[in-house]
Ligand binder design. Structure first.
Ligand code: XMP
Length: 521
């Protein structure tokens, strides 16, 4: 990776904060490539090999006041590179440079006002001495004594060192979180670090990425054949169009219609790719196989495994049919490959086995092509626009591989799939009409295996309950409920009950993630 795109790069050392990925996204938004590495994998060798222009130390759940808590390798502070510490990153920088950190008797969580007490490069053009600005705080420890060479540049009532600077070494650190939206100027501070302090250019653009990705795909694939599973989601669509630009007819896309798609979804996908893009596309209608194998299966994990297994069978058959494929393309994203920091050291619990075709290559003897491995979801959308995908596709809400199977808790009753499709279509239609579609990360209807009594006209009804879900999220890892107005919910409820036979009650799911997951299964 010697090209311009990756030449100026920032290393983010992860101490386990929930929002480390947001730091990376802000750095990328500033036009600079970055990677996240767990603190315990950073050594002087890996630092030299990565050759960053600057380093950001993330926040984290630990307290530097306890022994055995994570530290940055000392070599990191001796490389002559700029370092920016955020929250825990500030505390460990201070502790490792000879200052003092103690447990504060006044914890600070949430919005706070910082007083800017001195100018510094981090604030250049954004904040000036004497001003007050909103930031987002989340910390228990506080700095009591600065190491030599540091000065305070901002403070709050309870944190005298809310921001500090060592200008000679180009070390900067903040107690607050500049990466979250609740620190309105945070992105500008991060951009000051990458550009003014580290001297990075702004070479990380999707136009440049696209060119490089096309060259890499050609190098990897040569004259081989590639199979790409198309789900209609943003990631696989972008992979398909990118591959088609790179290798044209060597690509075969397979769209597996498992009978668990939304209303008109299969037609939309096939029309877009086959007719509009002229991409060779196999439309595999496999609903009979999927639905018969799923009959009577109510356990969510069991459903997911059956669907995943059948996907493999279909791909295998299609690979054979096109005379054998050497490569399988996948829409793996950067968040899927980031090694996460585990403080327990144990394996993380499987909440649900996401349908991801990662098990395929071993069985199918194909190499993986994963051109989106370096990208975050919002960057994939930018790349999609760069490739000329219509906005209606690029802005699509995520849709899970197992489709409606995991939006119908318990046994899948094929007749009820149509009920769910109709309710879901009305819900999304109302969302679009209200101009809310792009404001929401994901919205969908769920059909519960529960019938309740109602009254319509003068007659008793005994029909199903439909649950509506809408959440906002940055990466699907956590999510908050979208706060619809009562009018919106009332209008949508009446339309669903009036227009969909089989539903007589609609409820709105008000559970965030955690403790809920986004999908119901
Ligand atoms: P959960 O339900 O785990 O979902 O909170 C987080 C995000 O992942 C999507 N999701 C899936 N996507 N295959 C996929 O491609 C899957 O099996 C799968 N399960 C969940 C979900 O829609 C949400 O965006």
């Amino acid at each position: 990776m010697t090209n311009e795109l990756h030449a100026d790069r920032i290393l983010i050392v992860d101490f386990g904060s929930q929002v480390t990925q947001l730091i990376a996204r802000r750095v990328r938004e500033s036009g600079v490539y970055c990677e996240i590495h767990p603190f315990n994998a950073v050594t002087s060798e890996t630092l030299k090999a990565f050759d960053p222009k600057g380093i950001i130390l993330s926040g984290g759940p630990a307290s530097v006041t306890e022994a055995e808590t994570p530290r940055a390798p000392d070599a990191l502070f001796q490389m002559g590179l700029p370092v920016f510490g955020i929250c825990y990153g500030e505390q460990t920088m201070v502790a490792q440079m000879g200052g003092a950190v103690t447990v504060s008797d006044h914890r600070e969580f949430g919005r706070a006002q910082v007083d800017v007490i001195a100018d510094c490069m981090l604030f250049a053009g954004v904040w000036a001495a004497g001003e007050q600005h909103q930031v987002w705080m989340s910390h228990g420890d506080r700095i009591d004594r600065l190491p030599n060479g540091f000065r305070a540049v901002a403070k709050t009532d309870s944190a005298p060192y809310a921001a500090i600077a060592n200008d000679a070494k180009q070390f900067y650190a903040v107690q607050f979180h500049p990466e979250v939206v609740h620190t309105p100027d945070g992105a500008k501070l991060i951009s000051n670090f990458t550009h003014r302090i580290c001297g990075c250019g702004g070479d990380w653009t999707m136009a440049a990425f696209k060119q490089e990705a096309i060259e890499k795909i050609r190098d990897q694939v040569g004259t081989g054949r590639v199979i790409c599973g198309l789900s209609g989601g943003v990631d696989s669509s972008v992979v398909a169009v990118l591959l088609h630009e790179a290798i044209g007819e060597q690509l075969t896309c397979v769209f597996v219609d498992h009978g668990l798609m939304r209303l008109n979804e299969a037609d939309e996908v096939v029309t877009l790719f086959r007719d509009h893009y002229n991409i060779p596309l196999v439309h595999k209608k496999a609903s009979d196989v999927f639905l018969s194998r799923l009959a009577g299966v109510g356990d969510p994990e069991e459903k997911r495994k059956i669907i995943g297994g059948l996907f493999i069978d279909v791909f295998e058959a299609e690979a054979k049919r096109v005379g054998g494929a050497d490569f399988l393309a996948q829409g793996t994203l950067y968040p899927d490959v980031i090694e996460s920091v585990s403080f327990t050291g144990g394996p993380s619990v499987t909440i649900k086995s996401h349908h991801n075709v990662g098990g395929l290559p071993a069985r199918m003897n194909m190499q993986l092509v994963e051109p989106l491995r370096e990208l975050f979801k919002d960057e994939v959308r930018d790349l999609g626009r760069e490739l000329g995908l219509p906005d209606s596709f690029v802005g699509r809400h995520p849709f899970p591989g197992p489709g409606l199977a995991i939006r119908m808790p318990g046994n899948i009753v094929p007749e009820n799939l149509d009920i769910l499709r109709k309710a879901d279509a009305i819900y999304l239609d109302e969302i679009r009409k209200s101009g809310l579609y792009d404001e929401i990360w994901q919205a969908f209807a769920v059909l519960l295996p529960v019938q309740t009594v109602g009254v319509m006209g003068d007659a008793r009804t005994y029909d199903y309950v439909c649950a509506l879900r809408a959440v906002n999220s940055t990466d699907g890892m956590t999510a908050e409920v979208y706060p619809f107005s009562p009018e919106f919910l009332g209008r949508t409820t009446s339309r669903i009950i009036n227009e969909v036979q089989g539903i007589n009650r609609v409820v709105y799911d008000y559970t965030s993630k955690p403790p809920g997951t986004i999908e119901w299964e």
